[in-house]
Write a protein that binds this ligand. Structure first.
Ligand SMILES: NC(=O)c1ccc[n+]([C@@H]2O[C@H](COP(=O)([O-])OP(=O)(O)OC[C@H]3O[C@@H](n4cnc5c(N)ncnc54)[C@H](OP(=O)(O)O)[C@@H]3O)[C@@H](O)[C@H]2O)c1
Length: 299
């Protein structure tokens, strides 16, 4: 069908199936329904499709039945091992349709799944969902896709039912997961730091709610820092006139010492300080914080 449905793929009536009805799979199916796509749903464990069928989704009792009903098959389950378990049961039905795997996992597993699909004559895109459930289907919902550009272009309109900010990041099937992991790297670093900051202040009796209003200041300076750091890294040049690494290594040391003194876990802080010290030792003291990029790769 991928080859046969050029004209239909980008219309509002692409028949879709969603395999996997966890919190995210249900949100995806609901978004397809809202956009007017005939939607079939299936989940390993029955009983999760009540709201969807009430809104017009068709319940499939097997994954095979769901795949046969659709031109565009979306799979969204806990990880690629689960996705693969399902894919193997429908390998015979998938050729001629487009499989879009929106399961989050490592780039290596995404590439292995795409290789498996290719060996079975299955056209596929790999995707990563970058927003939580309530944002699915909205204009600001960011999705990364990787795989053949022409296939993505053909289905872009249908996929926009899920999120108004789709980004095709390359033909290499692992790239959507690379972008996903990189964004999550940033996210989890920030999340670890956030709770640690509350613990540090809390050790001296400061309530989280008293600190929280001031954290905005840090959040607000991040967008220009992100852009500037990217520019420095791409240029391989790290001007540090405004804020140099030696000064920031000392600053991170003060946070480390404060946290240690209060008996907090300092594993992350110690690693950050060690990175900064290593870059200073390599001659980057007068450069910007971005220069720690040069010491991140293990020798
Ligand atoms: N929720 C979010 O906010 C969010 C945001 C971005 C990305 N994601 C990604 O979306 C994906 C799904 O997340 P979710 O929130 O929907 O997770 P979830 O609510 O925990 O649902 C997990 C789904 O995986 C299925 N599953 C697990 N093991 C399976 C197996 N061996 N065979 C078949 N099905 C299996 C479950 O089926 P059963 O019902 O039968 O157990 C269920 O449909 C994940 O990759 C996640 O990282 C989620």
């Amino acid at each position: 069908m991928v080859g046969m449905t050029n004209d239909l793929a980008n219309t509002a009536t692409t028949p879709v199936s969603v395999l996997g009805l966890g919190a995210m799979g249900q949100a995806l199916a609901a978004a397809f329904l809202r956009a007017g796509h005939p939607t079939t749903v299936w989940n390993r464990t029955p009983g999760k499709d009540g709201e969807l069928t009430a809104r017009g989704a068709v319940r499939a009792t097997t994954a095979q039945e769901a795949v046969k009903a659709a031109e565009l098959v979306v799979i969204c389950v806990v990880d690629y091992a689960a996705a693969r378990a399902i894919m193997e049961t429908v390998a015979g039905e998938l050729p001629g349709r487009l499989l879009v795997n929106l399961t989050s996992d490592t780039p290596e597993r995404a590439r292995a799944a795409a290789d498996w699909a290719q060996q079975h004559g299955i056209e596929c895109l790999n995707g990563s969902i970058m927003v939580p459930v309530p944002v699915i289907g909205s204009p600001e919902a960011l999705f990364f896709y990787s795989g053949p550009r022409a296939v993505y272009d053909k289905y872009e309109t249908a996929l926009k039912a899920l999120g108004g900010r789709p980004a095709h990041v390359g033909e290499d099937h692992g790239l959507a997961a690379v972008y996903d992991m990189a964004l999550l790297d940033y996210f989890y670093g920030a999340m670890g730091g956030l709770v640690h900051a509350f613990a540090l202040a809390g050790a001296d009796g400061v309530r989280a709610g008293d600190l929280a209003p001031y954290l905005d200041t840090i959040t607000a300076i991040m967008p220009p820092i992100v852009a500037g750091t990217a520019q420095d890294i791409d240029a391989g040049h790290y001007p540090g006139e405004a804020a140099n690494l030696a000064m920031m290594a000392a600053g991170s040391g003060h946070v480390l010492e404060t946290a240690e003194h209060r008996g907090l876990d300092v594993g992350v802080l110690r690693s950050v300080k060690a990175l900064a010290d290593r870059a200073v030792a390599r001659g980057h003291g007068a450069d910007s914080w971005a220069s720690i990029f040069e010491v991140l790769h293990k020798p």
